[in-house]
Design a protein around this ligand. Structure first.
Ligand code: COA
Ligand code: AMP
Length: 630
């Protein structure tokens, strides 16, 4: 069947389509139906099924002839460490660690926060939670203590699993002080923490609260898989929204298993046994879906890579990993390729490796610019497939369905809607735009299995953020258009979320931090274009009356404040002091116009602007930073 037939089959009978896909999962009790619309417009999937995610990711492969196949390959160019684990080894490790958690009282439905770098134990921890029905919430290592504290208070975990440290090129990131600081800051206190001591920098444990990773497993019995309802949350993953408070995206177990398994062949075109590599981090949705769950559910070998595209040790590191581990499909963010292209523009380093095993490169997480796509096509000699999705969705919604049929690639478009997704472009009033016209990208409800059913502890916010603006549709927060051939083009966000090096960040959260500085009366943060990272945050500061302190001192302080409060991942390094901010007559800051000025794009003078002269002041303030030069 070609793409049109597969998409058509889903359109004609979504229930039958997903029930068929569900057969590829091993259920303890097969669900009697796919969609549960009893609480529409909140939808759930496979609610009356019983299933275990860890069983599907590990045990079933051990029982079905893959016991000795590699499940996980760990490759750390930062430490030089490499290790391989078969499905049988992973199953045993996970069962024992799950036993340790269970022995300390963690049971079905308890939340467990995981704050770990890219080590195989991060997957062990995630799968161990899944094994006993606990709900994990992985927090990215580049976030500061305060962000971790916010997540602790929202998820109220019984336990936190952390490593003593993470490793960035040239820098050890001490996780333990960040963890201790976060627990001090949080109102909620976990009952215990499990700490993986890394030899690069072990940490002092707090007696009575912290237990060593290995010690926790001594004398415990391995845990069995606990069957959970199809709608049971597999995990919570926090992502940036418009305000400073992150959104806790809930991932339901049954739908997530069915959908991820379906994408492994239909999207990523790998068969069980093939090596699949997503060079991301377990702290992001890509890491959840395509480092941990997707490849393992499907019987692939996954790679846990602790390194960067450049500098560990050089821009050839991706090619080395692909060649050495026989990677068939590879997934990363465009920014990684921009970094490689910058260090090795002619792609000389690739000549040192045989990467003929590689069939396709997949890019997502941010806009894939044509230069980068062309460079990757030329350098790798394989199709380069841009695809679009979001943390909320959990897996690709728009993609060239390579495993079904390789459609013509249109550079600049992530291609077409996958089964499950009825994507429309609408105007502000919800009226559908003509083909080729720009508007808000929405998806007709219900969203397919595995997508978020709600936000953790925040159903009202879920409805307001996603379901209210366009009734009957899910609001993606992206703007774009669909062309005559049904190809989608993503142009911009419609909210204050920016995308820095493939990382989704909230300018609202940064504004909250800037506003907390004692000399700052008012502020705004925008995302300006950056050749390497796609976008960078840039802050405008209006100081309190009478503040005579040197501006560069205040800028340094706010840069440090964002790093301390949000974390290095915010990459907040640019700020300027201005007298006033451009606003509408009703007081709304004109951030979009400021972005256009910074990026030298044409803009219409907003009809409601209070004082147009302020725009010139903004331009002049930006020029010393290298922006607004045009
Ligand atoms: N723990 C602690 N700190 C981290 C971190 C982690 N897990 N990840 C990143 N950081 C820090 C970095 O060390 C850096 O700190 P610095 O300001 O002291 O230099 C800061 O956060 C910003 O990191 P990043 O934006 O990643 O920039 P970089 O200059 O270190 O690297 C790239 C640039 C392009 C090489 C890198 O961004 C990259 O590999 N991007 C791919 C992203 C990706 O795969 N995203 C997943 C989405 S699919
Ligand atoms: P995240 O939830 O971190 O995966 O970020 C999702 C957001 O990243 C989307 O809403 C888009 O704004 C952006 N994004 C993801 N993939 C793409 C893509 N292929 N092209 C353009 N933007 C993308």
């Amino acid at each position: 069947m070609g793409y049109d037939e597969v998409y058509g089959a889903w359109q004609a009978d979504p229930e039958a389509f997903w029930m068929e896909a569900a057969k590829a999962i091993d259920w303890v009790e097969m669900p009697s139906r796919a969609l549960d619309d009893s609480k529409a417009p909140l939808y759930e999937w496979f609610t009356d099924g019983k299933v275990n995610a860890c069983y599907n990711a590990l045990d079933r492969h051990v029982e079905n002839g893959r016991a000795e196949q590699m499940a996980v390959i760990y490759d750390s160019p930062i430490t030089g460490a490499k290790a391989k684990f078969t499905y049988a080894e992973m199953r045993d490790k996970v069962a024992l660690f799950a036993g340790a958690l269970a022995a300390k009282g963690v049971t079905k439905g308890d939340r467990v926060i995981i704050y770990m770098p890219m080590v195989p134990e991060a997957l062990v921890a995630m799968l161990a939670c899944a094994r006993i029905g606990a709900v994990h919430s992985v927090v990215f290592g580049g976030f500061a203590a305060n962000e971790l504290a916010v997540r602790i208070d929202d998820a109220t975990p019984k336990a936190i699993i952390a490593a003593s440290c993470g490793l960035e090129p040239g820098r050890v990131v001490d996780y333990k002080p960040l963890l201790d600081g976060a627990i001090d800051l949080a109102k909620h206190k976990p009952e215990f923490c499990v700490i993986l001591q890394r030899q690069e920098k072990p940490a002092a444990l707090i007696e009575g609260r912290d237990v060593d990773w290995n010690a926790a497993q001594v004398g415990v019995a391995p845990a069995d898989c606990v069957a959970v309802e199809g709608s049971h949350p597999a995990y919570i993953l926090y992502t940036s929204g418009t305000t400073g408070a992150p959104k806790g995206v809930v991932r339901p177990t049954g739908g997530h298993l069915v959908a991820l398994n379906w994408t492994m062949k239909n999207v990523y075109n790998v068969d069980p046994g093939d090596v699949f590599w997503a060079a991301s981090d377990v702290g992001w949705v890509v890491g959840h879906s395509y480092i941990c769950y997707g490849p393992l559910i499907h019987g692939n070998t996954t790679i846990v890579f602790e390194g960067k595209p450049v500098g560990t040790p050089d821009a050839g590191t991706f090619w080395r990993v692909i060649s050495e581990h026989n990677v068939r499909s590879f997934f990363t963010a465009p920014t990684a390729f921009r970094a490689i292209k910058r260090d090795d523009p002619k792609g000389e380093l690739i000549k040192d490796y045989d990467i003929s095993c590689l069939n396709v490169l997949y890019l997502a997480g941010e806009r894939a610019d044509p230069d980068t796509i062309h460079w990757a096509q030329r350098t790798l000699g394989v199709p380069v497939i841009d695809h679009w999705w979001q943390t909320e969705i959990g897996y690709p919604a728009v993609c060239n369905p390579v495993g079904i049929e390789l459609l013509p690639v249109k550079v600049g478009s992530p291609s077409v809607a996958l089964p499950g997704f009825d994507i429309r472009v609408v105007d502000e009033g919800g009226k559908e735009m003509k083909r080729g016209e720009l508007g808000a990208i929405v998806i007709k409800l219900p969203l397919p299995p595995g997508t978020l059913p709600t936000l953790w502890n925040a159903e009202a916010r879920f409805r307001k953020s996603y379901l209210t603006t366009f009734p009957g549709y899910y609001e993606t927060g992206d703007a774009g258009m669909i062309d005559e051939d049904g190809y989608l083009y993503i142009m911009a966000r419609t909210d204050d979320v920016i995308n820095v090096a493939g990382h989704r960040l909230s300018t609202g959260a940064m504004e909250e931090v800037l506003a907390s500085h004692e000399d700052v009366a008012e502020c705004a943060v925008i995302g300006v274009s950056d050749e390497l990272k796609g976008q960078l945050p840039l802050g405008f500061l209006c100081l309190n009356k009478g503040c005579n302190r040197p501006h560069d001192e205040i800028v340094k302080e706010v840069v440090k404040l964002v790093r301390d409060k949000i974390g290095p991942v915010a990459a907040f390094k640019l700020a300027v002091v201005v007298d006033r901010l451009p606003k509408t007559r009703s007081g709304k800051i004109l951030r979009a116009t400021m972005v256009k000025i910074a990026d030298n794009q044409e803009y219409k003078m907003p009809a409601t602007i209070d004082d147009p002269a302020i725009l010139d002041e903004i331009r002049l303030a930006l020029q010393p930073l290298g922006y607004a030069k045009g």
